[in-house]
Design a protein around this ligand. Structure first.
Ligand SMILES: [Zn+2]
Ligand SMILES: [Zn+2]
Ligand SMILES: [Zn+2]
Ligand SMILES: [Zn+2]
Ligand SMILES: [Zn+2]
Ligand SMILES: [Zn+2]
Ligand SMILES: [Zn+2]
Length: 1786
């Protein structure tokens, strides 16, 4: 297609251009280029154009003609874009001349000159890519939007500060060098300022030559104008007049545009229908549309394109608005593509010089012919929402690299931005693209720059503009003018979400506070404040609720929108207050304005109702008649709350201290102020009392958020402050009466014996309960009003005290991790809680690190310092009810541990600020005392009244608070001042007439002895003690003492003492008991923790009572030998096991019913040395020989739980049936795949897919024909076996010829001369019971099915091979784990492993009995032939390509099939021994051939030993056989060393194998870890310590064998370097190395682009931890087909890398991902921790993260142990939502 296009071009274009285009084009394509001459010609042509342009009188026309002619000839020449070719031609024909024109010479010289003359800016300005890491300094950044790129960050001072790391969403740039962005260290090393400040201001144009300036200006003006004109061009088939061509082609594009409405699937489906493309092509189109915003999907004449368009529109218009499609003339598309190219070209040209950049800025902002808003920049901004995504991001980037990098023009640009703000926002509301691709997102660049923001506020009235724009877009109001979100349509909801970005802008503007105020700023700020009040006014009272009585509400009312608004505005409200606080004049003005608006809202708050008069204790007050439970009430009161905030600020200000009369307080009407906040609090109390149950969850949610940490600062907290304000300005008695009335409790307290009457009415139990709760809530509210004085301005505290108090109370609940604590504290607009600055003062950080069990949790906890416990207040206002009771319990427990009494008295509090000082009087007011007395009275007469302990507890707390208050007053009293707070005196007076009751004090004394109040006694005692202390203080200050009470007190105290003593003793006894109990349970827990692995099996273990052979005392003294004729004889042991299902015990016997272990078989690549190998056609694959790269093995694992075979069968059938029923009902997945034979172990829920039968050592069953007298040596044995094999082969051949009669057959057999004692017609009887035989087949088939991924076929000849292979592979993988962890080979192995290996080995050894004898014999013959040459087998693998351990296992386990027909007296043991020796020798040769013995000059110091000489001799023989292809090595030292090291894994595996096969206990030496145990292993395995002796002893035959091995063609090829071979020992596979610092991983991933969609950044880069490949996960572009199904990149990767199992790190999410098969997966915590020992999944917190090696090792261990699938299973069982995820799409 390229060439067609090109010729087309060539013939239709007679201009000379073609000549050099062709030359250069071919040149670029890598063809030979004889173009020395052409090159000069090219310059000539460019010079010619340059001359033409220079002399032109109308440059614009000239250039436009040039473009009109060439652009359509370069771009859009066919259905598909060809960016490389287009860009290259454009550079040559279009951009090249412009560059010449700018420079006036060859740009290759011109630009470097400009670059040199340039004084570069000190701004970094790097524009972030999606996913790139960004850093913000928590100490120095002016606001969180100030970020650094990684390079600048690493070169800055901030790397040692507290920083936050995030990944960029794209857009935005590095703020390095912006002095306004950083409080300190604005420059990194690279951008450090080295010129003086004055030069900073200078005009960059002075560095440019005059003529360059003029020419650049000319060409920039023309080109920029052209780009803007063409990109914003809206006609579909007509070009701007000056670009129209004479000969116009008739080609069109059907252009598809992106929207945010349609899904990928919809688009792909539609495209397939509309343009008849394949799914792959459709995916390609869809991906490009999503990325670039548009893509042509069809090319041709108009009708052809129009037809596609109509199909697309028709297909997508059903539910939503249709996809946007345009049929565009190809020349328009061509010009637009070039327009985009131009923008990026401009961006790169201005990079050469700041002067060029300035010229572009001038051009861009120059007012056009149409006056206001007609500059090019304006035009682009105002057309933003009409442009497609690709065009937008292109010009945004140009803006960022030009206008935003030039400080002078940034200001001018900001002004344009502000002027267009309203229009752009309006467009954005209509637009359906994300904000990230909208020009409005640039706001952050101006609004967060303090001087710019200030300038925009004063000059452009920005605050008001933003707020007004916001109001414009929220038009839905109710009759009172309040916002109404009820009945919001989807579209409105969508808009509402968009509108919220305006709040973000507002936040940006306010985020940096002014240090100086000009009158202008004051005026404009207050204007903005007015607008803001208008906004809040629309929220005041919105979403009112009315209590539902009778029946439940029918529909949950909408509440979320209102709360979203509140939540988003929270920081803005706080910041508004912060601004006000900075200037007294502004503060007072704002206060007045706010008050005025509040009056407007609630001016007529009496609602025309008749006022009522309340009176108690001789006080009376007038109030309105209003019941929360009957009338409308709203939670939204932002105006009241803002006023409360401002009031506190006033209180903090200097005026309040010096000239309080100047404050605008006289206009306040306290009852009006408190009314609405009080209603809101009463609403909460009533909800809590259960009175609003019928109003449903929406109300519960609202109440929840009202108190929630995200909202409370500007909701609940401010309501409390408003009430505090009210109480401090009015008679507390009046306040209390109004409060009683609003709580609807006035009746109860004003009517004598009201409580008594109520309690007698049994029918109203609910009402009693309700009233009790309300009374409790009211008392709680009073406690809060008096006790919460930690907001600066309310009490005399600072911000630090406030945060300290929060932390103290959080930690009083329990010790907390850093993140947990942060979550419970409110964040400010900078996302800071201020916690770090005070935490040290109140808490210890205790690391549980390194953790007791490696890698488990290991996070650190903050623990409250003991000395801070005294500041604990039980009624802290931010406690939820659950937290309160937890804290109470924890604190009482602590006190008991410290052997203190358990009273939790109120803490001493800081004094109030003057404006709030009178608030304390509420405690000693008459009504308060009356309330206290009433409740105490109820408690004393405890049977007759409805009261509650909580009520009493709160009253006691209030009394305590009052006493604390008085005590503090007395302590701090100045000379001669009288303390007017006389609570102590008041409570010792008896009640007043008419019903004279005893004094409060007297009642307390009575209660102290009440048996039903045991819990509160300590508190009462504390009160009495404090009372006495106060009395003493009073007495010492004034001479007069009250004698009469003295007596009672002393008497009291002596009685007290007695009781206290008794109590103390009882307490000590109780503590001791508790301690012992705690110790015991602790011990138990520790035990379980430490032995978790074991513990999971104990149930079975206790029951199954496995006889562990190693403990058998019979054989412990002798030298132990695992195999051969000399094998240590093990006495037979009976083995009893219990079925976990029916609990019946049974002995394991040959003839009894089968017992089975649950098992899980899986393919594995854990040991693989070659991950690229894939089995192509499993049906034809021959697994007989395992390659030493172990590229794909079959692993068997088991949880070790024993069942009867028939019990298991029944269990499995029921699981299957259940699953089928369930699938019909609901289409859900389970964590296991029943159809694939998977089930969960009924005891431990471990994932399993088959069962292994339990067997006795099988050799003992067949080895009953022992005759040790005369066993052949190796040579003889090999000969005998070879003869037998030959005989079998002849027989086999004859059997395969069909037409021979049976008689003839036997004749032949006679002729054959069978070896002595060999009877091939003998078929041994299978000793096993039917049930065991069935299980042998079941497990064998399962291994075959899973291992080869084929359909089950129990008769396939490969079944026995797979069984042996799985046995060998599993042993190898366990040997690796033990070696890697430096554990002894026969040390204490977890039971499940021990059981699994034993059963697996015995099973594999017994499997031949259920296979066809001839098949197994055939396998044996072929395996044998790989070592002992046999003419019948052609191409057997060479010994370099055989894994010797697999070979050994195969030979040993197949051998009985041959041996059972041998009656010559050769024992099975003899065969085993010879096979073992033979394979060992082959392995030694293998090692010698492949060992890369580097002669490192370090020879042995001692003279050569026997082994070394022997191995050297052997090596020499090898050299001889290989024709000296082996390197010559003079000494045997290295050789012996590599043989020893290389063979160790093989020896260890063999020891395990024979141990489990024959049941011989392991020698005690190998049971402990230590040195290599080489000698012990040799002894155990019946090998000489000098392994080379094997060759010498049987030199006759070994020479022949070794020679035959060495002569294999592959050995030659290897030695000649034509191929590779595995060398020994094979190293264990490890997961890849991860960097210490997580950000470097993010950086690496951010540079990763999707391998399939050219150069596009991958959205979910995912790292394979096994091989280190980065993948583009969860994305259409990288889907691949696996087994006929489209799967994501990760799943596809697991099939090649991990045979279905994968371990990944999702880099941007900081999450480990486990995958197994297509349906299984889970997330796992990442191995990266922050300084507080916590992980940060999804990078929410952004603390710096570092690699935790222990955690990483744990992941590696899971992998080595083949436990990934099991881990997934457990995770999915624990969390059902994981089951529903489409893991295969990741
Ligand atoms: Zn930077
Ligand atoms: Zn920098
Ligand atoms: Zn810093
Ligand atoms: Zn059973
Ligand atoms: Zn189990
Ligand atoms: Zn991709
Ligand atoms: Zn991989």
């Amino acid at each position: 297609m390229i060439s067609v296009c090109f010729f087309h071009y060539f013939f239709f274009n007679p201009l000379v251009w073609a000549v050099f285009i062709s030359a250069s084009y071919y040149n670029h394509q890598g063809f030979s280029a004889p173009n020395g001459l052409r090159l000069s010609k090219r310059f000539e042509k460019e010079k010619a154009v340059l001359q033409k342009w220079l002399q032109s009188t109308d440059l614009t026309r000239e250039v436009y003609q040039h473009l009109a002619h060439y652009v359509p000839k370069i771009y859009c020449r066919g259905p598909n874009p060809f960016p490389q070719r287009e860009d290259m031609l454009a550079q040559l024909v279009l951009l090249g001349p412009m560059e010449w024109y700018i420079c006036g010479e060859d740009p290759a010289f011109g630009f470097p000159k400009l670059e040199q003359a340039n004084k570069p800016s000190h701004l970094c300005g790097r524009v972030f890519k999606v996913g790139e890491p960004t850093y913000s300094c928590r100490d120095c950044a002016v606001d969180p939007t100030c970020v650094l790129c990684m390079e600048c960050f690493l070169g800055s001072i901030h790397r040692d500060h507290r920083y936050r790391m995030t990944t960029s969403g794209g857009g935005g740039f590095c703020d390095c060098g912006d002095t306004e962005a950083w409080k300190e260290g604005p420059y990194c090393e690279k951008h450090k300022l080295n010129t003086s400040e004055i030069e900073e201001e200078e005009d960059p144009l002075i560095h440019l030559p005059e003529d360059v300036i003029t020419r650049t200006y000319n060409i920039f003006a023309i080109m920029f104008h052209y780009a803007v004109e063409i990109l914003t061009w809206e006609k579909e088939s007509e070009l701007p007049a000056d670009l129209e061509m004479v000969e116009k082609t008739d080609t069109y594009y059907c252009m598809l545009f992106n929207d945010e409405v349609h899904t990928y699937e919809q688009v792909i489906y539609t495209l397939q229908k509309a343009v008849n493309c394949t799914q792959k092509e459709a995916i390609g189109f869809a991906t490009t549309v999503d990325r670039d915003g548009r893509r042509s999907v069809r090319y041709g004449d108009f009708a052809y394109c129009e037809q596609a368009k109509s199909v697309i529109v028709r297909n997508t218009s059903r539910q939503t608005k249709p996809l946007k499609v345009q049929v565009m003339h190809s020349s328009i598309v061509a010009h637009q593509n070039f327009g985009l190219k131009l923008l990026s070209w401009l961006g790169s040209i201005i990079g050469y010089s700041d002067g060029l950049r300035r010229i572009l800025c001038q051009v861009g902002l120059q007012e056009g012919p149409d006056g206001e808003n007609s500059s090019l920049v304006d035009r682009l901004m105002l057309n933003d929402s009409k442009l497609w995504k690709g065009a937008r991001s292109m010009y945004h980037q140009l803006f960022m690299s030009s206008l935003l990098m030039d400080l002078k023009y940034k200001k001018l640009f900001a002004v344009r931005f502000a002027k267009n703000y309203q229009q752009m926002q309006r467009d954005f509301m209509e637009d359906d693209h994300e904000r990230a691709v909208s020009v409005t997102a640039l706001s952050v660049q101006f609004f967060t720059a303090p001087t710019l923001a200030r300038m925009l506020i004063t000059e452009e009235n920005l605050l008001t503009i933003i707020i007004k724009t916001f109001m414009d877009h929220l038009r839905h109001r109710d009759a009172q003018g309040r916002f109404q979100f009820e009945r919001y349509t989807a579209l409105q909801a969508f808009k509402f979400r968009r509108v919220q970005s305006l709040i973000l802008d507002l936040k940006y503007v306010l985020i940096s506070k002014p240090t100086e105020w000009s009158d202008d700023l004051r005026q404009k700020f207050l204007e903005g404040f007015d607008a803001f009040l208008e906004l809040l006014k629309c929220m005041q009272g919105m979403d009112p609720v009315t209590r539902q009585v009778g029946q439940h509400i029918e529909m949950e009312p909408e509440w979320e929108a209102a709360f979203t608004l509140q939540m988003k505005l929270t920081h803005v409200i706080s910041m508004m207050q912060d601004w006000c606080a900075l200037d007294e004049k502004v503060l007072i003005e704002a206060y007045k304005k706010c008050l005025a608006v509040l009056m407007q809202c609630h001016g007529g708050f009496t609602d025309g109702e008749q006022p009522v008069t309340l009176s108690i204790c001789g006080h009376s007050v007038e109030t309105i008649r209003y019941c929360v439970s009957q009338e409308k009430v709203s939670i939204h009161l932002p105006i009241s709350r803002l006023l409360a905030g401002l009031h506190v600020l006033l209180s903090k200000s200097e005026v309040a201290y010096k000239f309080p009369e100047l404050l605008p307080l006289s206009e306040l009407s306290p009852p009006m102020l408190i009314e609405h906040p009080l209603r809101c609090l009463v609403l909460c109390a009533q909800v809590h009392a259960g009175m609003w149950r019928r109003n449903g969850f929406s109300l519960v949610n609202q109440i929840y958020y009202y108190h929630n940490v995200k909202c409370r600062r500007e909701m609940f907290d401010k309501d409390i402050i408003m009430l505090q304000t009210g109480v401090s300005m009015m008679d507390p008695n009046h306040f209390l009466m109004i409060m009683l009335s609003r709580f609807e409790l006035y009746q109860i307290f004003s009517t004598p014996d009201y409580g008594k009457r109520l309690s007698s009415e049994i029918t109203h139990k609910d009402v009693v309960q309700q009233n009790n709760t309300l009374i409790e809530e009211m008392l709680y509210l009073i406690i809060m009003l008096v006790g919460e004085r930690f907001s600066p301005g309310v009490g005399q505290v600072n911000a630090t005290d406030e945060i300290k108090r929060e932390i103290i109370h959080q930690l009083s609940i329990k010790p907390m991790a850093h993140s947990e604590l942060v979550k419970s504290l409110p964040e400010d607009e900078n996302k800071e809680t201020g916690m770090e600055s005070v935490i040290e003062a109140v808490a210890h950080f205790k690391t549980v690190f390194p953790p007791r069990k490696p890698g488990l949790t290991g996070r650190g906890m903050y623990e409250l310092k003991p000395e801070c416990a005294k500041e604990f207040s039980l009624y802290f206002y931010h406690f939820s009810r659950a937290e309160q009771s937890k804290a109470e319990e924890a604190q009482r427990k602590l006190k008991r541990q410290n052997r203190e009494d358990t009273a939790l008295p109120p803490p001493a509090l800081p004094p109030f600020c003057p404006l709030f000082a009178s608030l304390v009087n509420i405690l000693q007011s008459d009504v308060m005392l009356y309330i206290i007395r009433t409740i105490l009275h109820w408690a004393v007469e405890h049977n007759g009244y409805a009261w509650s302990e909580s009520m009493l507890q709160r009253v006691l707390h209030l009394i305590g608070m009052a006493l604390q208050e008085e005590k503090q007053h007395l302590e701090n009293v100045m000379e001669e001042h009288v303390v007017t707070f006389t609570f102590a005196q008041k409570i010792s007076k008896p009640g007043e007439a008419p019903n004279t009751s005893p004094s409060i004090l007297a009642m307390l004394e009575t209660l102290q002895n009440a048996p039903y109040l045991e819990v509160h006694k300590d508190m009462i005692r504390w009160i009495l003690k404090t009372f006495n202390a106060i009395k003493k203080m009073r007495e010492s200050s004034s001479a007069s003492s009250v004698a009469e009470t003295e007596g009672t007190i002393t008497e009291e105290s002596s009685r007290d003492k007695d009781k206290a003593e008794r109590k103390r003793k009882a307490e000590i006894a109780r503590l001791r008991r508790e301690k012992v109990m705690a110790q015991m349970s602790e011990m138990q827990r520790n035990f379980i923790d430490e032995n978790k692995d074991l513990f999971q099996q104990t149930v079975a273990e206790e029951a199954s009572n496995f006889a562990v052979l190693d403990n058998s005392p019979m054989v412990s003294d002798t030298t132990l030998t695992a195999l051969g004729p000399a094998q240590t004889q093990v006495p037979k042991q009976r083995q009893f096991v219990t079925c976990i299902l029916c609990q019946e015990e049974q002995e394991v016997k040959v003839e009894s019913k089968a017992m089975v272990l649950a098992a899980f078989v899986q393919r594995s690549t854990v040991l693989s040395k070659n991950r690229n190998k894939v089995i192509q056609d499993p049906e034809k694959y021959d697994p007989l020989f395992m390659h030493p790269d172990l590229s794909c093995g079959t692993h068997t694992g088991s949880c070790g739980h024993v069942m009867h075979a028939h019990c298991w069968q029944r269990y499995f059938d029921s699981v299957q049936a259940k699953e089928q029923r369930r699938q019909q009902r609901l289409r859900l997945h389970t964590s296991y795949d029943v159809e694939n034979g998977e089930f969960l172990c009924p005891l431990c829920e471990c994932l399993s897919n088959t069962v292994i039968p339990l067997l006795l050592p099988p050799r003992n069953i067949f080895n009953n024909r022992l005759n040790f007298s005369d066993q052949p040596n190796l040579t003889q044995w090999i000969r005998t076996i070879s003869q037998q094999i030959k005989a079998l082969q002849v027989l086999r051949k004859e059997e395969s010829i069909p037409n021979i009669a049976s008689s003839k057959n036997s004749e032949n057999m006679d002729e054959l001369q069978l070896p002595e004692g060999f009877r091939p017609d003998f078929h041994p009887k299978n000793p096993y019971s039917d049930s065991i035989k069935e299980m042998l087949t079941t497990f064998g088939t399962a291994t075959y099915k899973v291992g080869l991924k084929v359909h089950p076929n129990e008769e396939d000849p490969r079944v026995p091979i797979m069984c042996w292979g799985s046995c060998a592979y599993t042993i190898q993988s366990i040997e690796r784990i033990l070696s890697d962890e430096d554990k002894p080979l026969f040390g204490p192995l977890p039971c499940r492993l021990d059981d699994c290996l034993r059963s697996l080995t015995r099973f594999a050894a017994a499997h031949w009995t259920v296979a066809l004898l001839s098949v197994v014999q055939g396998h044996f013959c072929k395996l044998f032939a790989s070592l002992v040459p046999n003419d019948n087998y052609g191409d057997l693998p060479c010994i370099l390509d055989i894994d010797m351990f697999h070979l050994l296992v195969g030979l040993v386990l197949a051998f009985p099939a041959l041996q059972c027909q041998d009656f010559s007296g050769i024992s099975l043991g003899t065969g085993d021994l010879h096979i073992f020796h033979l394979v060992t020798m082959a392995h030694i040769i293998q090692i010698l051939l492949t060992s890369c013995t580097e002669e490192n000059g370090m020879d042995q110091e001692t003279p050569a030993g026997e082994e070394e000489l022997a191995v050297l001799a052997l090596y020499k023989t090898l050299r001889q056989y290989t024709g000296s292809a082996l390197k010559e090595i003079p000494s045997g030292w290295h050789l012996w060393r590599s043989v020893r090291a290389g063979i160790m894994p093989f020896l260890k595996c063999s020891a395990l194998f024979f141990h489990y096969l024959n049941g011989v206990p392991s020698p005690p030496e190998i049971q402990v870890s230590g040195t290599s145990h080489f000698e012990h292993l040799c002894n155990y395995l019946s090998l000489p310590n000098n392994l080379i002796c094997l060759f010498q002893e049987n030199s006759e035959i070994t020479k022949l064998l070794v020679e035959s091995w060495c002569q294999h063609i592959e050995v030659k090829r290897y030695l000649e370097g034509e191929r590779d071979a595995i060398s020994y020992p094979r190293e264990s596979n490890k997961l890849i190395d991860l960097p210490e610092d997580y950000s470097s991983l993010i950086n690496q991933a951010s540079n990763f682009s999707c391998p399939k969609s050219g150069g596009d950044k991958s959205r979910i880069p995912t790292l394979c931890l096994v091989c280190g490949t980065l993948l583009c996960s969860q994305s259409y572009c990288c889907q691949a087909e696996v087994e006929g199904e489209d799967v994501g990149a990760c799943t596809a990767h697991t099939y090649s890398c991990g045979s279905g199992v994968g371990i990944f790190l999702r880099v941007r999410e900081c999450q480990v991902l486990f995958l197994a098969g297509k349906t299984k997966g889970c997330f796992y915590s990442p191995p990266y921790l922050d300084d507080y020992g916590e992980t940060d999944q999804l990078l929410r917190r952004g603390n710096p993260l570092h690699l935790c090696k222990e955690r990483f090792k744990k992941i590696q261990k899971l992998w080595h142990q083949h436990s990934i699938t099991e881990e997934i299973g457990h995770a999915q069982e624990a969390n059902q939502t994981l089951v529903g995820i489409d893991w295969q799409h990741l």
